[in-house]
Design a binder for this molecule. Structure first.
Ligand SMILES: Nc1ncnc2c1ncn2[C@@H]1O[C@H](COP(=O)(O)OP(=O)(O)OP(=O)(O)O)[C@@H](O)[C@H]1O
Length: 263
């Protein structure tokens, strides 16, 4: 599997009133093309900081002070280096927890897809915009694309809105998609459908997927590999089944023990 994302020794620090706070401590992570990697950990473990670092959306008081991030062999982040503007929304798509953060409530779906395509595909014409908009909704397994294109987000169900949000993230044909807790706000049935959709998309489009979640069971269901984070560090990485069946780190065992069972 060829390597797509390489996070190597990434350290990130925030300036706070009482001094400096280490948010990430020498984090290593790789994702190959066509691979789904889950980043799992409790609230505050650093998952969002890691995913935001990849797209250069770190807060103003936060800086990269060690290590690097490369995408397709090109360094995009290192101390004093930020080339993320070139890849954000084009080579890397992002799906947030709440579809309302990805979608503009005042614009119909057609206009939102057109805006993204015009921004990232220079010179694209009207017909091509319509063709690619319908195509991406079909890829999202949306059967009535015409109705959805003519709808405002509030006219769609929560599940449909999240599909449109994923469509917006992939319409520019990125090589990597980052999904940050993007199923957390959905009911279990809709969550399962979104997870199935991701699996199909990764297979069909050959993208890499960085799937951020606090839910270890969900991650093991979807992901090829899992990185477990605690206190800004990756404490364990391995194939999803290995993490579930033979966790090596105490923290992973505690996460597993906290999952309710039916027995
Ligand atoms: N700009 C900032 N300034 C100071 N501290 C920050 C900043 N951003 C994040 N943190 C702190 O860094 C730690 C990691 O935050 P982060 O949001 O990455 O964790 P997370 O695992 O994604 O948690 P959650 O699931 O709650 O979003 C937390 O303790 C958070 O309070």
């Amino acid at each position: 599997m060829s390597e797509l994302l390489n996070v190597s020794g990434l350290s990130i620090t925030a300036r706070v009133s009482r001094g400096e706070l280490r948010l990430l401590d020498r984090v290593d992570l790789t994702i190959g093309r066509g691979e789904i990697v889950g980043v799992v950990g409790e609230s505050g473990s650093g998952k969002t900081t890691l995913s935001r670092a990849v797209i250069g959306l770190l807060d103003r008081n936060v800086r990269v002070d060690g290590g690097s991030i490369s995408l397709s062999g090109e360094q995009i982040v290192a101390p004093g280096v930020d080339r993320t503007a070139q890849i954000r929304g084009s080579a890397v798509g992002m799906v947030f927890q709440d579809a309302s953060r990805s979608l503009n409530p005042l614009m119909k779906v057609r206009a939102q897809l057109a805006e993204v395509l015009r921004r990232h595909v220079p010179g694209i014409g009207k017909q091509e915009i319509e063709r690619r908009s319908v195509e991406v909704l079909e890829q999202m397994r949306i059967s009535d694309a015409a109705r959805v294109l003519s709808s405002y987000p509030h006219q769609l169900s929560g599940g449909l809105r999240q599909r449109v949000a994923i469509g917006l993230a992939v319409v520019t044909r990125p090589s990597l998609v980052i999904a940050d807790e993007c199923t957390t706000a959905l009911d279990v049935t809709t969550q399962t459908k979104v997870v199935e959709l991701f699996r199909t998309l990764v297979g069909e489009l050959g993208i890499g997927l960085l799937f951020v979640t606090h839910d270890l069971m969900l991650a093991s269901d979807l992901c090829d590999r899992i990185a477990v984070m605690n206190g800004g560090r990756v404490v364990e990485t391995g194939p999803a089944m290995q993490i579930l069946d033979r966790p090596e780190h105490d923290y992973t065992r505690r996460l597993l023990a906290a999952i309710p069972t039916w027995t």
